[in-house]
Design a protein around this ligand. Sequence first.
Ligand code: ATP
Ligand code: MG
Length: 328
Amino acid sequence: MTDATSARPWRILVTGVGGAPGLDVARRLMALGCEVVAADSDPHAIGLRLSDVTARVTMPAYRADYAASMLRLCTELRPDAVVSAVEQELPHLFGLCRALADLGVALWLPGLPAITACTDKARFAEVLADHGIPAPCTVLPDQLGQAPDGPLIVKPRRGQGAKDVICCDTRAQAAVLCELVADPIVQEWVSGREFTADCLVDRVGQASVILRFRLVVKGGLAMVSQTFDDAEVERQVRAVLAATGLVGACCVQGFLCEGGPHRVVITEANLRFAGGFPAAEAAGADLVGQYLNGLFGHRIDHDRLRYRPAVRLTKSYETLAVTEGITP
Ligand SMILES: Nc1ncnc2c1ncn2[C@@H]1O[C@H](COP(=O)(O)OP(=O)(O)OP(=O)(O)O)[C@@H](O)[C@H]1O
Ligand SMILES: [Mg+2]
């Protein structure tokens, strides 16, 4: 895709191409005519093997030199924008906003409170409670006595990709799991139909929301998704977007609990494209195309984010690349 003022296609640096969100965003950007710099901190990341990308191994976000190395990479490759699919990078990228802008690199992030609300699950629970949005009871390990003594989930407070998310039946079991999971939270286990809302919020706060059920989830990734319409789910998702102050591409997750005390229960918001976002695109929503508009300060056309319900997308595993002659 070429913008109005540039003679060349946009060059976009996508981080986290080892996971489904980054990989599919990179592919979609290429399908839209962008040049992609595919980046990941794992040299074995799948997306580094995509053909026609410039591949780069980057520092992991927890390293003290992450920000400096990202700035060096942008100085070297001069992308027009950075799109991150790694939540723990976001606070560091936020700190680089000015320096990247000086290089002519666009970055589209909300303020730090919104970033914190989506990268810290304990903070997210507080924000939802403050706004009266139905959510599972969520406590820190030292508050375990306040958790219900029913099925519970122990998970990292700042996790991504459903890593180390463990179910258990009792508070006593949760106490043991809290010793095993790094920096954990304990959450009431929710039973119901799991959904994701793929969202795009523009710079004046107008949001498009595409709802889909997660029919088959493997390793935290929705392998089978099906779009649906539901006014109450949409209302609660919009309430989450307003309460957190998210902008840009993001996703809100929850459960539809027919017959429960709350029909809609919200569990998560992620400030990035969701792994299953291609289902929203398959249902007619031009998510990545309109995101590019917002990223570069153009108007987002929300009419192009309308979608058809009852569209089912099935993902599969595939062989992406075979490489010979690798030395250990
Ligand atoms: N309270 C809960 N009740 C029931 N299932 C849950 C709960 N919390 C998490 N899960 C299950 O675990 C999955 C991962 O949880 P969560 O989204 O909180 O973790 P994550 O590491 O941030 O993953 P993601 O990258 O998908 O956002 C959810 O998609 C859901 O299937
Ligand atoms: Mg998450």
